[in-house]
Design a protein around this ligand. Structure first.
Ligand SMILES: O=c1ccn([C@@H]2O[C@H](COP(=O)(O)O)[C@@H](O)[C@H]2O)c(=O)[nH]1
Length: 277
């Protein structure tokens, strides 16, 4: 099944717009696991097993694994998800962006080595840095558009005087992704829950693209405002929360506590959807 079909199926089956982010930090692991980077797989697999029926996607953040030389654990984690939650798509958060020849290697890493269903990319180097990912039929690619961090303003909110209509950079990215860059319908956009007005603007410019929206939970983004701004009949949203779910408890009951927090977040998103319908 391709990424969009998987997303549709998981969203419907689990009645969920929630993506659980898998950002394992050994310093926050429970009990005897604390500080032990060899437990990343075990920690994340427990989170997956306790939340797979509540989510529309999982989003492992590659940096947390690579920082500890734990790429082999990330490979095993993706195998685990394919085996135990095959209905849930995996978005590898890698934010890659490089010249075409190198991008081919990054695409191979994401889709062949790890078997991810989608990947996050920086569009800063232009279309030829994105194209190699689109050579993988059915795989998704989410372009950073208006990110959740305050520093996103530094570049993304700059006006492009040389482009007709003088859009802001993030508006230009949204237009390119909805239009000429989206050759095979594989593109989506990353927009931060911390900026609902910008989500609304992106949605107006990209009415049908899936939006990956990090920033609820630990970053304080408003779940209800996110749903109002981003969700449309033809435009799905994938709302990510990582730390607030992973570290809902730092005790032995961490997986059950993660489930409770995932359930609470999923239901808050669904309640907002019901109010906007
Ligand atoms: O604009 C962006 C793009 C990506 N992220 C990533 O999402 C998660 C957020 O984690 P929380 O713990 O829920 O804050 C993390 O992996 C980031 O690298 C983002 O936050 N903002």
């Amino acid at each position: 099944m391709d990424f969009l079909e998987l997303l549709r199926t998981a969203t419907a089956q689990n009645d969920s717009m929630l993506c659980v982010g898998l950002d394992p930090d050994p310093e926050r692991f429970p009990g005897a696991w604390r500080g032990d980077a060899r437990k990343m797989y075990d920690f994340c697999a427990a989170i997956v097993d306790h939340t797979a029926d509540l989510v529309c996607a999982f989003k492992p953040q590659i940096a947390y694994f690579a920082a500890h030389g734990a790429e082999e654990q990330l490979e095993r984690l993706l195998q685990h998800i394919r085996c135990h939650a095959p209905q849930v798509p995996v978005i590898l958060d890698a934010k890659r962006g490089d010249i075409g020849a190198t991008a081919e290697q990054y695409a191979k890493e994401a889709f062949e080595r790890y078997g991810a269903d989608a990947v996050t990319l920086s569009p800063f180097m232009g279309f030829d840095s994105v194209a190699p990912y689109l050579d993988y039929p059915g795989k998704g690619a989410f372009l950073l558009c208006r990110t959740s961090n305050p520093g996103g303003d530094d570049l993304q909110n700059q006006r492009l005087a040389s482009v007709p209509g003088e859009p802001l950079l993030y508006e230009h990215i949204a237009r390119l992704a909805q239009g000429p860059w989206n050759r095979n319908g594989q593109l989506g956009l990353v927009v931060g829950a911390t900026y609902p007005a910008e989500i609304e603007r992106v949605r107006a410019l990209a009415p049908t693209l899936p939006l990956l929206i990090p920033g609820v939970g630990a970053q304080g983004g408003d779940a209800a405002a996110t749903v109002r701004a981003g969700l449309r009949a033809e435009g799905p949203i994938i709302v990510n929360s990582s730390r607030a779910i992973l570290y809902a408890s730092t005790k032995e009951n961490f997986a059950a506590a993660a489930r409770a927090e995932a359930l609470r977040t999923r239901d808050a998103l669904n309640a907002a959807r019901a109010r906007t319908a």
